[in-house]
Design a protein. Sequence first.
Length: 599
Amino acid sequence: MFSKVLVANRGEIAVRVMRACKELGVRTVAVYSDADKHSGHVRYADEAYNVGPARAADSYLDHEAVIEAGEKAGADAVHPGYGFLAENAAFAAKVEESEMTWVGPSAAAMERLGEKTKARALMQEADVPVVPGTTDPVESPDEVKEIADEYGYPVAIKAEGGGGGRGLKVVHSEDEVEEQLETAQREGEAYFDNASVYVEKYLEAPRHIEVQILADHHGNVRHLGERDCSLQRRHQKVIEEAPSPALSDDLRERIGEAARRGVDAADYTNAGTVEFLVEDGEFYFMEVNTRIQVEHTVTEQVTGIDVVKWQLRVAADEELAFEQDDVEVEGHAMEFRINAENAANGFSPAPGGKLETYDPPGGIGVRMDDALRQGEDLVTDYDSMIAKLIVTAGDREECLARSERALEEFVVEGFHTIIPFHRLMLTDEKFRAGEHTTKYLDEELDKERIERAVEKWGPGDSQSEDDDEEVTERDFTVEVNGKRFEVSLEERGAPAIPTPSGGGSGGNTRSRPDVATEDDEDDVVIEGDGEQITAEMQGTILSVDVEEGDEVSSGDVVCVLEAMKMENDVVAERGGTVAQVLVGEGESVDMGDVLVVLE
């Protein structure tokens, strides 16, 4: 086993990996950006190294900086977690060339399965069903139209390196082909440095089923059952569960064995996930995620197998210590992603703020994977997920009831989270019956129900819109005639209630790393007093669609902003002439930054 592992990630997944390391007697190394210098994963690690500014491209995605940190620390392995560099074959190859071990599939296997057309062809050779479509990239609108003529609309255009809905565009008619092809290619280039796309028939109402696999260097391949990830908004999962409530025993067995065949044919090692779409009793290969996944937790809960520990053991050349018949799925588990988002506003990311209250649930069958602590600031530079609540019970009905109890106990104050949305879903008849598909949230669920849930269970507004005086609401417990009562009182003009600044470090006396220096960036000069078009959220500029001197009308798109893995058109509210363009493609922006000035 390794002596020291660098975890090339942040937040809850970094802490999750570090906990596995600690139980194996392995020391841990964190990397952090300037924005994360006080974050939980830094606090938890045995040692930590600054790898650059807040912008991910200059820190967490900087191959040389991360590898240099590992070499300075004397780490003998690198675990990438998920996101950032986890599926970057070029980075994996650089680690393999160093004296450190890559905790994951080989760079060669990642390349074979990372490009979707290659993966589809490989799966077909292994007798794994795939969605009808191309096995070669397409480059022109005419090629897309030919596929649509053969299989019928709608069709899906997908980036070869895509995942999580990024680089996926659905084409419903011929007149949409050119625009959607360009968008998919642009997203592929921006997210995965690969503009290549392919086309396949778009399934109308599928279930999203995935199979967790483990494979060692000694020829052993095991699957750990399936997970159901069908509850999604804009192709982003929000609740996952294991096992799936929608599969028959026969279909479950066929999918599991297909996953084993596919990864075996790919000469794949370590942990991975084979994803399928299921519709009308048939299943189709979608992609292989060559890394640990967010929802690996539900598989661990129902199998008792620590997937992260086995990632480390396999990377250390240990042989899997169990046979396929030894894998037993017992009970039911659900994972609720606790995202800092306002579900009533289209799941828009929270603008940030201090975590005033963080009181997670407990009790039997409740697991929390997190890194943020009360009193800390929410870092908005990266993903919106701040924690994961995982609930386990003897069967699905008990799991639903226990989840209701746990979410009711979960208190987060200081910014919006999607806890109210989760509580709503646990009262939703279709979800409770296990009849939802990947289209349910986007196309069927009444959005007003989400708004009412946020109003009922979301954070209250402590400031009256028509009163500028500061209003602080404080809760008190009083006793009258021997009975306790909870009351809320407003204090006008009162100072904010102070919160601890330590962030829940507990008894950990290890000193933090040196405070990082701020970026030395030139201030942006905004000329004149024209209309300023600002960023409504933190994100990355995917494209700038105007130039200085252009005439724009109300509703015209001036640029495209990616935030939390979703594209957002930034439009002009009123017409005018573009006086200044203050951003460029690939730049990171914060909420409120001026992007374009009109006159």
